[in-house]
Write a protein that binds this ligand. Sequence first.
Ligand code: HEC
Length: 494
Amino acid sequence: MPWTPRWLDDRLDLKSIRTALLDRRMPTGLTWWHTLGSATFAVFLVQAVTGIALAMYYSPSPDHAYDSIRYLEHRVPGGALLRGMHYWGSSVMVVLVLAHMTRVFTWGAYKYPREANWVLGVGLLILVLGFGFTGYLLPWDQKAYWATEVGTNIAGTTPFIGPALVRLLRGGTQLGAATLSRFYSLHTLLFPLLLVGMVLLHIAMVIRQGIGARPRDLEEGAPEFTAERSYRDFYTTAEHKAKETGPPFWPEVISKDVVTATVVIGFIVVMAMAFGAGLEAPADPTDTTYIPKPEWYFIPFYQALKLVPGSMESVIAVGVPAAMILAILALPFLDRRSTRSLSRRPAAQVVLVGLLATGGLLFGAAAREPDVVTPPEIGRPLTAMERAGRALYRAQHCNSCHMLAGQGGDEDVDATDLTEIGLRHSVAWLHSFLEDPERFHPGTEMPSYGPPTLTHLEIEELTQYLSSLRGLPGTTRTPEFYDTFPPPARQETR
Ligand code: HEC
């Protein structure tokens, strides 16, 4: 009968493929850390599926990108979950790749015969970071726009090719429609193609070479250097011996992989449901006061940049990452000792502790800096009037009494939180109130801002700004006004 498994097997010899994939013997001593690589692969599948679905709703132009995301978040059933999963998946991917690399490093598994696969793995890390960087721009909100502005500026500090590199990335001198098209193309065409090819090669090499045996199983009686002729024979025998008592891939090892992958995907779903992906006000290229926050895994890097004087910045910005990548790439070719246990590799211990400590310190320093909270403005770029009002709000120190988006305020003054003030009061009310609060609430602590303190135009600018404050960024709530006006001043009758 055609198309049955046996019919296909007769023609394609499927059994031998199955044997090669599933009936492999693994070395003894595999740990849960060994499931990180396959968990990364599982998250890659999540990213592929959610990414394809997202692309069906997304429109890569500055005029429509933001609205298409907002539509997805608020109107498409499951849209917020979808985007949340893609967002959290990207962070989890970075964590898993780094953790997997750390595991390979501590086990000395980058040494003979896996040098090439280590290099491929480093390429995958760079690609994953590239996905993060290009994906960050796509929602076209304030955070996306200004983080990309900063990121591409950093690329511009590269000696000699900097300016050309910025133009290449941005598709012009400024961030705009061309940039968005480029990033979208990289994020959804070039990078996925590269990633699929490299991931398949990476996995093919893992299957071909097998998982590395426990460090101590590869050390007893080993020649001192892996480059020695005799090391190959020693290695083949030792690996073979380690596999004699090891578990089969199917079903023992793969079931552990499935457990980790399930936990990781569960975590992504929970985070997506609990926190979503967030969406700030739409990108406003004229708003140069906005201070962007990079994606968390770039924070140590940005923090390091802040610590160096301006003239050194380009050295750190381009030199340090480049040197680090070169060092990681060259690692298997520089480190040719055959010792694999971390306990016998003091230099490796120093590097590992040094990297973790530096990362930790930089994260700590970043956490101690005051949080820059984006004001909860209406879902569109501010008008010139509103921006003038925002400047006045700062200049007049309204935040010395009032809270706005979790910032400012004075515990001793019972001033209203202004985060959602635009939802509660009409423009007419706000204008009159600012002009003469005493008329509304006799004995209030709110100072009067009517002339001569501020001009009528300035009060109107403040009013317009207040009216744009509508709660969390990207929300679509409609205002419900609760205005109560004081009774008109009594007219003297003659
Ligand atoms: C000295 C502290 C203080 C300063 C400075 C201050 N306010 Fe107020 N503000 C208050 C207090 C207290 C209230 C509550 C008034 C009341 O209801 O009696 C208030 C109320 C308000 C309200 C009305 C809120 C509501 O829903 O009733 C608005 C709007 C407002 N302030 C805007 C501003 C703006 C804009 C500035 C800066 C130009 C500013 N305030 C500066 C103390 C202050």
